[in-house]
Design a protein around this ligand. Structure first.
Ligand code: NAD
Length: 304
């Protein structure tokens, strides 16, 4: 019987699919040592983003054939080490695009209208109608960095708010951007200069690390709002902190951080920073889809 080890919380429908093809063990919250031990016996490992499937974990596996990542980013999996051992890595790249796009729009609106700060104030018993004056999305320019699955969903929704969209993505053809109604910009600095709102939807790679650094932030408008629902490492947090502290830009709305969970992150002490704890894919719909898509893929691979 195929042994399937699940080490992060997985949707019940996904577990049901996996139970059709093997003996399932759900063991969440394992220590590294426990994982190194348990992995020896597993034929299939299913994770979300919590479990770090590092080289030593993969090397300890004696029977492992498939690693399933119920979600998009596989940065918690050493794919190179897996490939060297002939282990197949499957994921669900489409499952959470709409959820992340909706959170992005939610954060844009929340930052533009100071919704979290106003809620906190209201709950403190205050009635401060002047302090939270915001700005509209309508008629503003949105700069989208990365026009892949999520970026495209953001574009569609932002257009409904009457925004003008400019985009930076050197890997998509110009006519594709035109079809989406996006003006493609081939210089990220130009996008930073022109945008009122900037949102990031690129993967974190050595090339995209700190794609928004001090130089880019210095080019932004005084009223610029930056949203990051992709990966923390895309923004130089130190530079962002300095700019927000000195009010060189208006606000930041962050779902992701360079270090997660953030430890003494000074950004979180600022009034013009709002955020969520990596909630982009955290919806009923996305989690069900991520789990079931990966479970179906695993089933297919096992059945050959
Ligand atoms: P995708 O692969 O469909 O799109 C990424 C786009 O980025 C592509 O169009 C690619 O051409 C572009 N790109 C790559 N390198 C670039 C560069 N140097 N400059 C500009 N563009 C570049 O990915 P996606 O599904 O849209 O997801 C985007 C990212 O969102 C993921 O990599 C992941 O890190 C993040 N994400 C976050 C959450 C969350 O919970 N907050 C959930 C899902 C995904």
């Amino acid at each position: 019987m195929v042994k399937i080890l699940i080490t992060d919380p997985l949707h019940e429908d996904a577990i049901k699919i996996l139970e059709e093809v093997g003996e399932v063990e759900v063991a969440t919250g394992l220590t590294k040592e426990e994982l190194l031990e348990k992995i020896k016996e597993a034929d299939v490992l299913v994770v979300r983003s919590g479990t770090k499937v590092t080289r030593d974990v993969i090397e300890n596996a004696e029977k492992l054939k498939i690693i399933g990542r119920a979600g998009v980013g596989v940065d918690n999996i050493d794919v190179e080490a897996a490939t060297e051992k002939g282990i197949i890595v499957v994921n669900a790249p489409d499952a959470s695009s709409i959820s992340v796009a909706e959170l992005t729009l939610g954060l844009m609106l929340a930052a533009a209208r100071n919704i979290p700060q106003a809620t906190a104030s209201l709950k403190r018993g205050e009635w401060d109608r002047k302090r939270f004056k915001g700005i509209e999305l309508y008629g503003k320019t949105l700069g989208v960095i990365g026009l892949g699955r999520i970026g495209q969903q953001v574009v569609k929704r932002a257009k409904a708010f009457g925004m003008n969209i400019i985009g930076y993505d050197p890997y998509i053809p110009k006519d594709m951007a035109e079809e989406m109604g996006v003006e493609l910009i081939d210089d990220i600095n130009e996008l930073c200069k022109r945008a009122d709102f900037i949102t990031l939807h690129v993967p974190l790679t050595p090339k995209t690390r700190h794609i928004i650094g001090k130089d880019q932030i210095n080019l932004m408008k005084k009223n610029a709002i930056i949203v990051n629902c992709a990966r923390g490492g895309l923004i130089d947090e130190k530079a962002l902190y300095e700019a927000l502290k000195e009010k060189k830009i208006r606000a930041a709305a962050l779902d992701v951080f360079e270090e997660e969970p953030p430890k003494d992150n000074p950004l979180l002490t600022l009034d013009n920073v709002i955020g969520t704890p990596h909630q982009g894919a955290s919806t009923e719909e996305a989690q069900k889809a991520a789990g079931t898509i990966v479970a179906e893929q695993i089933k297919k691979v096992l059945k050959g």
